[in-house]
Design a protein around this ligand. Structure first.
Ligand code: FES
Length: 219
């Protein structure tokens, strides 16, 4: 088989060379047309080869689906405006109220007054007293209600005590209202006083403890 193909190949080559010799001979009237055809074929072959080469070196374009996961840390500053209503407690304090003038007081004769709606008595004892004001430090004032069960008190000049008519407790006015006799165990609420030396006026400025029956002296 190979042998026959070899003979065929050489036979075709000889025919082609003989054909070329004949066709390229200057005496052959078809010589010009053969040359043009040969040159054209060469150019066409070159063009086809270039195109094929170009096609082979073209970059290959592929489409791929790529899945990417991106993690980001975002720092954000947010400004929020709010209107807040703040209720401030109303300042509550004892009033400073004039109770009497020193010229109105006689020894052991109480004056009955109102201080911030509380019934009180102002009395000049004639002896220095705990919490006493005035030139002799003997003017004091007290709530008029017993600390046992709220009986309204009377003043007894001989003992300088406020005495309860219900269970007979006695509160010593010279000793800051201490209960010296009777059922009550608490001191009588004493009114805190201030004295104006120029005018002789006596002012109440507060209580030293809760008045009987009250949960707030300022209420
Ligand atoms: S009420 Fe005053 S002693 Fe009882």
């Amino acid at each position: 088989m190979i042998k026959h193909l070899t003979y065929y190949y050489f036979w075709k080559r000889i025919n082609l060379i003989m054909y070329w010799d004949v066709m390229s001979s200057p005496e052959n009237p078809q010589r010009r047309r053969v040359l043009v055809t040969a040159v054209g074929a060469a150019i066409a072959g070159f063009a086809v080869g270039a195109a094929a080469t170009s096609a082979l070196i073209q970059p290959r374009v592929e489409e791929r689906v790529v899945t990417e996961t991106t993690t980001q840390t975002v720092t954000e500053t947010v400004t929020v405006e709010r209107t807040v209503t703040v209720e401030r407690p109303v300042e509550r304090k004892y009033a400073r109220e004039k109770l009497a003038n020193i010229s109105e007081l006689a020894p052991n004769k109480p004056l009955f007054r109102k201080y911030m709606d509380h019934d009180v008595a102002v009395v000049k004892l004639g002896i220095p007293a705990v919490g006493g004001i005035g030139p002799d430090r003997d003017v004091v004032a007290f709530s008029l209600y017993c600390t046992h069960m709220g009986g309204r008190l009377n003043f007894v000049s001989s003992t300088r005590c406020f005495v309860c008519p219900i269970h007979y407790t006695q509160f010593d006015a010279a000793k800051s209202g201490m209960a010296v006799v009777g059922h009550a165990t608490e001191f009588l609420p004493q009114v805190m006083l201030e004295y104006d030396e120029k005018s002789g006026d006596i002012y109440a400025v507060g209580f030293n403890q809760l008045v009987y029956g009250k949960i707030d002296n300022l209420a």
